[in-house]
Design a protein around this ligand. Sequence first.
Ligand code: B12
Length: 209
Amino acid sequence: MIDFEALAAAMGELDEDTVKEILEAVDSAGNAGKAMEACQKGMDTVGRLFEEGEYFVGDLIYAGELMTDAVEVLKPYLAGSESAGTKTRMILCTVKDDLHDIGKNIVRSMLEANGFEVLDLGIDCPAQKVVDTARAENIKIVALSGVLTLALTSMKATVQAIRDAGLDVKVIIGGAPVSAEACKNIGADEWAHSPQKTVDTCKAWAAEQ
Ligand code: B12
């Protein structure tokens, strides 16, 4: 029996030994999914303690490393069955001025596990780089990630740049500050918090092509 509450608490307390010990018991997609949720809950605690002045930037960095290690352990269980045949190529990046990439990397793993070839343009990605790559590589699907509130402004600029360039591209946005309202304001085609919704949306778009 995996104690997911204890996992969330250990993550929030940045207790690396306990996090590792609990993750060793993960052995299926079902409990890997719950473990991922627990880790994210722990990250929310980290964020709250940072806001309250109890944790500092060093703690955020350490939390980021802990979460990245946890994702590495959970990834093999979360990956779906890779589909055969031609892969749909798409762009994924964290938008300009945002350096957070743990969520983006989870989304990337899920997309790759579901048969997409992901051109990962990394973090702090300028709008023009997305436009240039989409044009040069004939990309039809772009996924934008962002965790800072500030990322919404960069997402809007990126979508605007894509539209101004006249590219026939579908855009999905995701990350903590994203919402239906933000999606409308930004002019994206779809939004999601869950990587699974991203996969489902991108699969539907790929099928339309
Ligand atoms: C770790 C961390 C960092 C690390 C990041 C390391 C890394 N490699 O990513 C470091 C130390 C670099 C960092 C820096 C900063 N951070 Co920080 N950070 C965090 C923390 C604790 C966890 C983020 C995380 O990885 N969460 C776990 C992942 C799995 O969740 P996620 O990113 O949301 O992704 C999930 C979904 O959103 C979704 N998703 C993500 N991307 C996409 C994309 C698509 C297309 C889709 C569909 C879905 C999707 O799927 C993922 C899996 O479910 C958060 C607190 C929190 N609760 O999130 C603060 C937080 C995001 N940081 C914050 C701040 C303020 C900062 C700094 C400004 C601190 C400073 N003073 O320097 C800097 C900013 C640097 C910058 N310019 O980006 C604030 C943001 C406030 C705001 N609303 O803008 C937060 C919320 C903390 C807080 N409560 O104050 N941070």
